[in-house]
Design a protein. Structure first.
Length: 221
């Protein structure tokens, strides 16, 4: 009982750093997921409908990014850009690295979903005078969205977990804040478990959001 009270007291003392770290983690994850998803849709469109030269270039981009560890992308975003005169802060570099990594996975997910839709639907839309933009937003995307939602949720959860790597470039996200707190009170096991619980809550929220969107986009039976 005394150990529990001591732990709760330490959490209360460290509440502000923990909340700040949690806020940074959520901000980075949200920005990376949104930017990566938008870029990923563009990647998928290029892979499916682009000119063969464009498809080849995008394929090289996707294969290189997917085959590169996230930590390498994080370090490259932070250090390489500075050598060419573009000084990105740790936060911006981290978001860029995660968004690029996310886009390669989302691009492949959306590509597969688009190619699974029968070609006849695009031809029918073209026959009634719809532009490509109208065909995509009204015919193709609603069907693709229903297919990609479960995998998108998994990718979004991976981005939250990958945000822990940003501590190596000095981003004060939840893990780094937790390590700073542990260096003061030496309660390693307790605070790592508590940080893991907070990460679980974030990913659980993402899963619930995915389920909500899945229900809203489901075809009535």
């Amino acid at each position: 009982m005394n150990d529990l009270m001591l732990f709760l007291n330490e959490i209360w003392i460290a509440r502000l750093p923990l909340l700040k770290g949690l806020g940074v983690t959520m901000s980075i994850s949200l920005l990376a997921i949104l930017a990566g998803s938008l870029l990923g849709v563009g990647v998928a469109l290029g892979l499916v409908y682009g000119h063969r030269v464009l498809r080849a270039l995008i394929r090289v981009y996707v294969d290189i990014v997917r085959g590169t560890p996230v930590l390498v992308l994080v370090l490259a975003s932070y250090y390489i850009f500075s050598t060419v005169g573009l000084d990105l802060g740790p936060f911006q570099a981290g978001v860029l690295a995660l968004a690029v990594f996310c886009s390669s996975h989302i691009g492949e997910i959306v590509r597969g979903a688009l190619q699974a839709i029968p070609v006849g639907q695009s031809e029918a839309a073209k026959a009634i005078g719809l532009t490509f933009g109208q065909t995509f937003t009204s015919v193709l995307w609603p069907q693709a969205l229903r297919q990609i939602l479960p995998t998108w949720v998994n990718t979004a959860a991976e981005m939250v977990k990958a945000s822990t790597l940003l501590s190596v470039i000095g981003v004060a996200e939840l893990l780094l804040r937790t390590q700073e707190i542990i260096s003061r009170n030496f309660m390693s096991l307790e605070f790592y478990f508590f940080a893991g619980f907070l990460y679980f809550l974030i990913n659980f929220g993402i899963e619930r959001l995915g389920k909500f969107v899945e229900r809203k986009t489901a075809v009535p039976s």
